[in-house]
Design a protein around this ligand. Sequence first.
Ligand SMILES: *[C@@H]1O[C@H](CO)[C@@H](O)[C@H](O)[C@H]1NC(C)=O
Ligand SMILES: *[C@@H]1O[C@H](CO)[C@@H](O)[C@H](O)[C@H]1NC(C)=O
Length: 461
Amino acid sequence: MRHSLLCMLGFFCFKATLTADRTTTLAEASHRVSVILHPSWPQIYRGETVILRCQIQEAGGAQWTYEWKTTNRKSLIPCEYMNFSATEAHSGEYRCRGKREMKFTPWSEVIKLIVSPASPPQPVLSVSPSWLNPGASVTLSCEGLEHQPAGWRFYWYKAVPKLISSTYSLELLPGSTNGTEQNSNTVHGPTLTAGFVCRAGRGEPEFYTYYSEPKFVWSADPRPAASLSVNPDRVQHFRSESVTLSCEGNSAEWRVMRFIETGKLSYCSIWGTGSTCTIDPHRHHSGVYWCESQSGETSNAINITVQDDDSAPLLLSPVHPVTEGDPVTLSCRDKEQQLLSNVFFYHNDKLLRHGSRGELNISAVSKSDEGFYKCQHSGKDSPRSWMSVRAVSGPVGSLRLVLLIVGPVSGIILIILLLSLWRCIRLFLTERRSQSSTTSHEANRSGSQVYNSLLQGWSQN
Ligand SMILES: *[C@@H]1O[C@H](CO)[C@@H](O)[C@H](O)[C@H]1NC(C)=O
Ligand SMILES: *[C@@H]1O[C@H](CO)[C@@H](O)[C@H](O)[C@H]1NC(C)=O
């Protein structure tokens, strides 16, 4: 970039001169002139640095001056480069030409510059899945910017709870210091509830988009270091009830966060040692709730669902994931927590059972029992709630696995052993038979005693 020829913001110009080379004397009309736009993204945002250059092909080192004509100014602008931080006022059509010894080249083709008023853009982050399966990876995707090639590099952050305010500070994820070319990123095996943010940047100096709104992945499994519980201990609550959420764990100060159904993030309690949040009736929100500690720990998250209609039933289902093989009771109750009768239970919208008692007992849950449940009583539906079923893990799980493998294998080995034993016995018997027949010949000569006793032995078998 020849900075001596730079046209600055507001179209102030430096004299555009080059060392003369009088040996070239081409006819000016034969020179092709073009406008070079840098960067050449299809869409430019307010605040991005833009350089327009008037380029003469085979300029031949002669002493040229330049001028620009643009739809957004009356006067001509004399310079080779225009360099500005884009505003909407810069939108328009640009053309330029060169001049040498009082003769002009033809005008260049028109270039259209459109500066987007939305500035800077805000990408939208999506996370998948939203609920963590232990050990699985999470895919982050930063969307909403125009497609490549638009020069964006993507930056990925973890949202870390901030002490003073209700917001988060951001930490770049490892490996994202220089940004990634792809607008998606995989985070391997997060095990805890965590918030993520993305943004993109491009150009020189780098022009950044806004940060996306934070998105969360939630862990459903409570752990001793940080757990959230709800009282009353159920997913569904009537709007008129008072519901208390409590954080427990190693940290002194917690706050309860929630992500309500409308997609809004807010806090249910500010930092506190008591670390409970009582949702005041009538300001209930269905959504996901979890705790954050001042040292950055997060708890499991739980779903809370609000039943607006006091005369409709409530489904009581486990708040935390249940383990395969455990007994589970789902029940359908009224506002006074009385078991209802004549109840229909639905699993994933399929009628499961019509029972006289408002209770559904599963003696040993399996993975196939996972899903949405609701109950129905005299034509009214409870909200539906998700029941998570965890595979057996840990020592018990591996023991089961071992038994599962060892069982059939040892069975097969046993069968093989029995078969070979059976063959052995048969072999032994035939041998003994042929032996005994030779013996019998001899016995015929030497006496029948042995033969008889042997015969008795055989027939007994
Ligand atoms: C909360 O509900 C969602 C579905 O809406 C489900 O995927 C998730 O597993 C539930 N979380 C818990 C802790 O049950
Ligand atoms: C279901 O199990 C509970 C205990 O978990 C028990 O009190 C209840 O009687 C059982 N109901 C039925 C219908 O078997």
